[in-house]
Design a protein around this ligand. Structure first.
Ligand SMILES: Nc1ncnc2c1ncn2[C@@H]1O[C@H](COP(=O)(O)OP(=O)(O)OP(=O)(O)O)[C@@H](O)[C@H]1O
Length: 308
């Protein structure tokens, strides 16, 4: 549904986007992560047809942002990182204005407004003037504005910026719900942990370049192919250590009391197989924990902290 094809955008000597390519499938939530100035906003603005690339192209549902901007706009909702809200209108009037701008009329517009206000939880605040809304509610309103024409693709530029923990969780749930409804979502952030739970895949960008792409687990595997595993048995840890020593994908075995730690090369399935073998060998395994690097760790391993 989204495709960046060798996308470039230069501003003078600044290579804001420098040869970025990736694809996002229907119903997927893709996290676009990078430090300030990495090029996230610029590539999202190109997808939203607000900016033209220097080279390359960006596609939405198969339509080019350069050659077919009107078709792209029909299929895409964009929530910018800074958005203007008209403070003297109420929530209903604000969304109604955008519904009319998208050419929705009559019953269709009414249904779009009902659907959007119910989804964003703004139905109870329909009459409230925008100047009286909290930051979290304004963010919901802006999400509502981006989805009023029921687009297949949503581009959300740092939507969680400045939200309190509860509002962040609510936003995450709304994004997951959109994906469950078949929408494709590209969401950016420089707050890494915030994206880990809501994204199917992430792309890490820095200085206009895509440094890594895939699920957090895949990127973690590329960075460090083995995982640290910690197991606890009720008794016989020395025997377990001997048993593990016979396995070719296990190394660096350490025993502390009834706890055994080791490095394991393999995926989740081979870990589960190892656990099964331990249990079948008669060991009473009380705990089996595999430590996956957090998104934060992956990000630090991939990026260099460079700015331009
Ligand atoms: N219109 C412009 N003119 C000149 N330089 C620009 C322009 N827009 C962006 N840049 C530069 O391009 C680079 C990438 O900026 P961009 O806003 O895309 O990054 P970002 O990853 O979205 O960062 P942030 O998290 O701060 O929003 C930066 O160095 C920025 O200064």
């Amino acid at each position: 549904m989204i495709e960046l094809r060798r996308l470039h955008r230069f501003f003078g000597v600044t290579r804001a986007v420098n040869d970025i390519s990736f694809e996002v499938a229907r119903g997927e939530v893709f996290g676009y992560i990078g430090p300030n100035g990495a090029g996230k906003t610029t590539s999202m603005r190109i997808l939203a047809t607000l900016e033209l690339p220097t080279y390359g192209d960006a596609m939405v549902d198969g339509f080019s942002c350069i050659n077919d901007p009107d078709r792209v706009r029909r299929r895409l909702g964009f929530m910018p990182d800074y958005f203007g809200t008209y403070s003297d209108v109420n929530c209903y009037e604000y969304l109604d204005f955008f519904a009319r701008s998208y050419g929705l009329i009559g019953r269709e517009r009414h249904r779009a407004l009902q659907r959007t206000m119910a989804f964003t939880g703004l139905d109870i605040l329909a009459e409230k003037p925008i100047r009286g809304l909290s930051k979290g509610m304004k963010q919901r309103l802006c999400l509502g504005r981006a989805m009023i024409h029921d687009p297949a693709v949503l581009i959300l530029d740092e939507p969680a910026n400045g939200l309190d923990p509860r509002a962040r969780i609510e936003l995450r749930e709304m994004i997951r719900q959109l994906a469950a409804d078949g929408k494709t979502v590209l969401v950016s952030s420089h707050i890494l942990t915030e994206l880990a739970e809501m994204c199917d895949r992430v792309g890490i960008v820095e200085r206009g370049q895509l440094l890594a792409v895939g699920s957090v687990e895949e990127i973690q595997k590329q960075q460090q192919p083995h995982r640290e595993v910690r197991i606890r048995v009720l008794e016989g840890s020395a025997l377990v250590a001997n048993f593990l020593g016979t396995k070719p994908d296990v190394s660096a075995i350490r025993t502390v009391g009834e706890e055994i730690r080791f490095s394991h090369i393999g995926d989740r399935a081979s870990e589960a197989q190892l656990l099964k073998e331990l249990v079948l060998a008669g060991f009473q395994v009380a705990e089996f924990v595999s430590e996956v690097k957090s998104l934060e760790d992956v990000f630090l391993a991939v990026t260099k902290g460079a700015v331009q």
